[in-house]
Write a protein that binds this ligand. Sequence first.
Ligand code: XLS
Ligand code: NI
Ligand code: NI
Length: 441
Amino acid sequence: MTILGDKEYFKGIGEIPYEGKGSDNPLAFKYYDAKKVVAGKTMAEHFKFAVAYWHTFCGQGADPFGPGTQDFEWDRAGDPMRAARDKADAAFEFISKMGFGHFCFHDFDLVAEGPTLAESERRLSGIVDYIKQKKNGSGIELLWGTANCFSNPRYMNGAATNPDFDVVARAGAQVKMAIDATIALNGENYVFWGGREGYMSLLNTDMGRELDHMGRFLEMARDYARAQGFKGTFFIEPKPMEPMKHQYDFDCATAIGFLNQYGLQDDFKMNIEVNHATLAQHTFQHEIAVAAKAGMLGSMDANRGDYQNGWDTDQFPNNVMELTEAMLVFLEAGGLQGGGVNFDAKIRRNSTDLEDIFHAHIGGADTFARALIAADAIISSSRYAQLRENRYASFDTGKGRQFEQGKLDLKDLYDIAESNGEIAAKSGKQELFENIINQYI
Ligand code: XLS
Ligand code: NI
Ligand code: NI
């Protein structure tokens, strides 16, 4: 089997080359040069760009007000296994033409869920075998797999946190099968995004009990995967709301506290999505900084929100300023731990040409690349790092140093303050910092 199936889906579009920012070719990278070394690693190694199966090959542009507009050829076969193989052919053709090395999926992105658990499992293992063959020699790897435990109506009250144990057990079966599929495809990581793990109303919810159930469920999933020989990292993907009013993995700080409380901190890290950060009233940079501080900066879901709309619009990244600020923290943290940059983004409903999918991914990769180059230059050539360090210089020697070393007590602080008298103002210099970022973009 070759990367291309029997049919070529993206006709007239070849491999996307890197041509540099002087190029006017819309089907070329302007900044993303996979082999270019930045801060000691190639761009391909820094990012490990992944294509999200659900948005790029499953979603057809439907929104709450109307059906899909993107009538993709690979979705036309009536038979579910035939359709799944066509979709896999289209996916591998697209990913290889983009020159990316990874993809991510939910179990039932790969093939439509069957009418029974047994039939679903039969379908899944069939398509996993097919994708396994396609992967062979393609250089395309699975960044992570996950289970869709939020679309089927049975999960309307939650999956692992459902008040009905039978639904929890059903979610367990699904996660087991998704872990099996991930391992069979040599997946590097496994993700939990708790779309319905939360509540619509606290009046009918025992939050404490649901959190305990979620902790136990994740522990069981980890133990099962480890027993099957899975060596990768588990990621929690925080999101504050949508579809639920409140989701338990609200943001990184909340999810990290949860993992520590339930003893899961050694196996789990964060998968941080830009649009989820902004929904939580944070910046992407903030979420990365929180995860990095905890040693849990695992992976990223790349997209962006919209200033006017309050939901997860999942647009392709194009905000260089936002990503440059994020890349500063990313580089200072030494990059991602095991994960990569997954384009959890979709073209707009009125983007109906096949080439729009290419434009979207080219733009996303170029924005990340441009931000990485800028951030590296800011760290290595500007006064940025020094200026920030200088703000803390009083902790480098004398009493400040002793404070950091734990050698002072509260009475010592009192004595120091008393002998100091009033303290001169020291500027935080925010505008100067902002100007440095602007200078290097
Ligand atoms: C939804 C999430 C979802 C996860 C995977 O908002 O971003 O797509 O990435 O379940
Ligand atoms: Ni996501
Ligand atoms: Ni999302």
